[in-house]
Design a protein around this ligand. Sequence first.
Ligand code: ADP
Ligand code: GLC
Length: 495
Amino acid sequence: MKQRLKILFAASEAVPFAKTGGLADVAGALPRALAALGHEVALVLPRYYAIDRSRLEHLPGPLGVPMGPLGTLWAGIWRGVLPGSDLPVYFVDYEAFFGRSGLYTDADGFSYGDNDRRFIFFSKAVLELALRLDFRPDILHANDWHTALLPLLLRTRYGDREEFGPTASVLTIHNLQHQGHFQKGAVDWMEVGWEHFNPRELEAMDGVNLLKGGIAHADAVTTVSRRYAGEIRTPEFGFGLDGHIRAHEHKLFGILNGVDYDEWNPATDPYIARNYDIGEMEGKAVCKADLQKRFGLVPREEIPLVGFVGRFAEQKGIGLIAGAIERLMHLDIQIVMLGTGERWAEGFFREIARRHPDRFACHVGYSDELAHRIEAGSDLFLMPSLFEPCGLNQIYSLRYGTLPVVRATGGLDDTIVNYDPATKEGNGFKFHDATPEALYHTLKWAAETFRYEKEAYRTMQKRAMEARFGWERSAEGYEDIYLHAYYARRAGRHR
Ligand code: ADP
Ligand code: GLC
């Protein structure tokens, strides 16, 4: 540790409390890794309906959160700890906003109509809570659009609070597609001053864009792989914000996510049929047979079994899989999919499973247990994403000796090295074109390698299982950025 920092980490989801995707994995692991480096860290989350209060400690007195014309709203505050650490986690409890089954959407997948109020409220509650606890952060770390208002709040509504005088803000973009775009009336609830509603700060297409405001005002902006940090400066990946990002690129950094190997480790994984590791791989065959049985596939050991776990969203390349599936069904392979999301995809893949019950199976739903079983039981793991800021499943797959088949984009490109038949180097299989043909040919090649080049496959598998993407290295990357932002702010050189 170079210097002990006080870090307030705000996110809309974190493992093990609430999760819809990789943001939760990161928000549950990075604070712990920072604490392990010696920093003082506190995590703040909304108290969603599913988070059980009975194991939490209620802090006395409600917390007043000013919301402009809505007046002051009063929240309850609960405290817990992040498992495996003594790091405090604070939950902001406000039933009318967070006492719902979904985090951001209702059961039909539609965004809640008051998401602007919900997360403006949450962001303000984070700062009010810090004042209440007299937690004077050196670093305020916001994540994605939900908490992207924090850097601007820090400089406006809370700008004259001496408790936040030295506080530098860091905003991490986990996914640029989701920007928090709302009607401009939301500025009134923010109480940041209408002068910040302009095209260089909050304004976009006559509405407010929370992520845009955060990028403008954070002392440092990070994203979750180096490759993605480059990609989002281009119109192809910028989702309309590439120009804005280029204007702030001097403070943009890419830091690859890590993996929590306490959770994703075939040697200790409690969910899988039989544990295994390098040098004792018999368990992997047991996991494969178990997966085939569970999904009603013929339990054949020599057939390449391909797994997919992820949100059924265009981002994840489900359109490419759908486009290639009929041809893939003519190969002697099996495919197992786990996911939920777009309705057309859920229906489409269920129908494929009905037509090809011997080689295709799909579980529509969310299941941690099945995700682990698929990682362990598959031979190949498919991630044909159109864009992928980091991607975690391909890194989990490496540890499980399940070679990834990926599209060369973002974090997938940074973590997977294409198999080279001449040198036998590599840890997976990659394609570039976002077409069903490219996916088909690459998956076919990977399946043939598994089947007919057993030595090469095993060498790659061993290499994949030996590689480590621990959080410690990532945490050190954040530490450098924190220190840089912190000193720049103290010296008044932040903008
Ligand atoms: P993203 O955050 O874009 O969804 P990541 O690869 O970073 O993608 O992280 C996804 C995380 O969510 C992984 O931990 C993955 O295992 C998990 N996940 C996604 N869909 C499901 C599902 N249907 N069931 C269980 N876990 C899932
Ligand atoms: C996002 C991205 C994913 C990344 C995750 C965690 O949801 O889509 O690529 O791994 O955030 O940073």
